[in-house]
Write a protein that binds this ligand. Sequence first.
Ligand SMILES: Cc1ncc(C[n+]2csc(CCOP(=O)(O)OP(=O)(O)O)c2C)c(N)n1
Ligand SMILES: [Mg+2]
Length: 313
Amino acid sequence: MRTAIQLKTQPQVRHPVQPHPAGRSCEHGWVPEALSALTEQQALSIYRQIVYNREFELQVAEALIDKKITTPTYLAVGQEHIAATLAHTFPKPMIFAQHRAHPYYLSFGGDPAALRDELLGLDSGCAQGKGGSASIHDPAIPMFGHSGLMGDQIPIAVGAAIASGRATLAVTGDASVEEDYVFSAMGYAQAKQAPVLFVCEDNDLSILTPVATRRQWNMTDVVRSLGMYAVDIADDPWLIAWHIAQMDTNLPAFLNIRTCRHLWHAGAGCDGPPEWHRFELIQARLNDLGLGKSCGKIDCEERERALNLWKNS
Ligand SMILES: Cc1ncc(C[n+]2csc(CCOP(=O)(O)OP(=O)(O)O)c2C)c(N)n1
Ligand SMILES: [Mg+2]
């Protein structure tokens, strides 16, 4: 009688994977030297833009709730300080962002009334009311509207940077970086030394799905393997500014910036408290630096400016 073939138990192969998202903390990548990356004046100027970005977004949220805006709208409450910091530390680039980009338009010199009108679908909008929240387009800054295909702004940004030789800011999310054409475009940018700063606003969400459910690799490791300067840091303005100073003019470079979106993927709903509250952390830092009084004044001025902009819309 034949004996049953004994199948050897296969040892389970486990690839050493980087624990992810181990680095999700508001202090991820912190270095104490970063505190000196911004002068008091720079910190207050960035803070002014942060408050305005935030108040603008809160007004948009109200307009959504009141159904004055009826097209898909992607708010950046909780992420509004990243664009404000980049505008002060990486000035005057060509901008290729994706759907969550109101703060980029506002921080890099876009006309707030033209953005308001764009969201309201008016002819006076920065893209004649035809692009809306997801596709903010304005050659005057210059900022180029997104098509809606996640990550396609990256190859387009690389091509534009190589063709023009101009400093270029290419913004993605933690989901968009998973698109295959993002890798190939970044590899080509490195080969051609294209002057692109790639920024991933890593809010740990693709609509509702966290990074750990989607992949076991870290984008910063992948970009480093292309030979590019790449860091994985929390969304602290001083830390962002410090790394931009470190890279100096050595582009291309990649910043994975861990941040939190406080509201829904689209619309003004809220699922609960965020992992951290960067706006409050920035206020606390400025307070520690003895700038609390100046912040109070900025709060009043910028809130009023945003309120006036939206008052009769
Ligand atoms: C190629 C492609 N796949 C899927 C979608 C649907 N989609 C739109 S936004 C989004 C998530 C984007 O996440 P992320 O890039 O992390 O940006 P975030 O919304 O978190 O700011 C998805 C899956 C799309 N627009 N394009
Ligand atoms: Mg995301």
